[in-house]
Write a protein that binds this ligand. Structure first.
Ligand SMILES: C[S@@+](CC[C@H](N)C(=O)[O-])C[C@H]1O[C@@H](n2cnc3c(N)ncnc32)[C@H](O)[C@@H]1O
Length: 241
């Protein structure tokens, strides 16, 4: 599974990494932290633009993939740390930049995760949050698909819920947008090596959506492959001085 993430289309795409860099605006002197780094794509994209970057993840197999990619690319200013986003092993006000992508929907306690993000950031510095963020009606349908595809899924937040939670944690939200992508269902299932009978059941869940959720998801077959909408939030927030 970890190897799938090392080459996953969404996670390794230059365009998707560019949008994180455009939000993060890394500076050469920055000490950066990428939380739930997985195979390390975001941390490795930040590395050439910062002094040093730590990539933290709960799963050793993911960090092994990250280490492999680091060696392949000859990158020297990255360190991989085993740890939990909800209990970061770093002192207060350590980092100039905090990023997390495609992971908070796995976290069991959003308050604890945001408290930790705020705590380890230096005042006046920024954090970037990119995660799945469907509109509320589509979320109800996607939730069933997400949990059965990957039981570690907990809940996706809408962009409005993100802003509310971030402000509650003390952040000042500079920008928060929702971005819709045309999503390749089979490719998404492939990242988690979902067995074929379950792939068919989950396709049925999406294709039988009705009402506003269906309008939002607009599932359709193209040459037999299922495509539907999928959403992410793109957020830049500051720990105020
Ligand atoms: C879909 S991958 C995202 C990878 C990476 N952020 C990216 O965008 O390429 C989700 C990652 O979250 C990690 N994860 C889940 N819960 C975590 C937690 N509480 N603390 C740290 N990492 C966690 C998983 O081990 C997995 O590597």
């Amino acid at each position: 599974m970890a190897a799938n993430y090392a080459r996953a289309k969404f996670h390794s795409s230059d365009e998707r990494l560019r949008e994180v860099l455009d939000l993060a605006l890394p500076r050469p002197g920055d000490l950066a932290l990428d939380v739930a780094t997985g195979a390390g794509h975001v941390a490795l994209a930040l590395a050439p633009h910062v002094r040093r970057v730590y990539g933290l993840d709960l799963t050793p197999q993911m960090l092994a993939q990250a280490g492999r990619l680091t060696a392949e690319r000859g990158i020297k200013n990255v360190e991989w740390v085993l740890g939990d986003a909800l209990r970061l092993p770093f002192a207060d006000a350590t980092f100039d930049l905090y990023t997390v992508r495609a992971a908070p929907h796995h976290f069991p306690d959003i308050d604890a995760f945001l408290h930790e993000a705020f705590r380890v950031l230096r005042p006046g510095r920024h954090a970037v949050f990119v995660d799945c963020a469907p509109p509320a009606e589509a979320r109800e349908v996607l939730h069933e698909v997400e949990v059965r595809r990957d039981p570690s899924h907990v809940r996706s937040l809408t962009v409005d819920e993100w802003v509310e939670n971030l402000e509650h944690a003390g952040f000042e939200v500079g920008s928060a947008t929702e971005r819709e992508l045309d999503w390749d269902f089979e490719d998404w299932m492939g990242n988690m090596a979902v067995a074929e009978p379950l792939v068919r059941e989950l396709a049925e869940v999406l294709e039988s959506a009705s009402g506003e959720a269906r309008r939002q998801l607009h599932p359709e077959r193209r040459d037999g492959r299922l495509w539907h909408a999928y959403w992410h939030c793109l957020i830049r927030a500051e720990r105020p001085e």
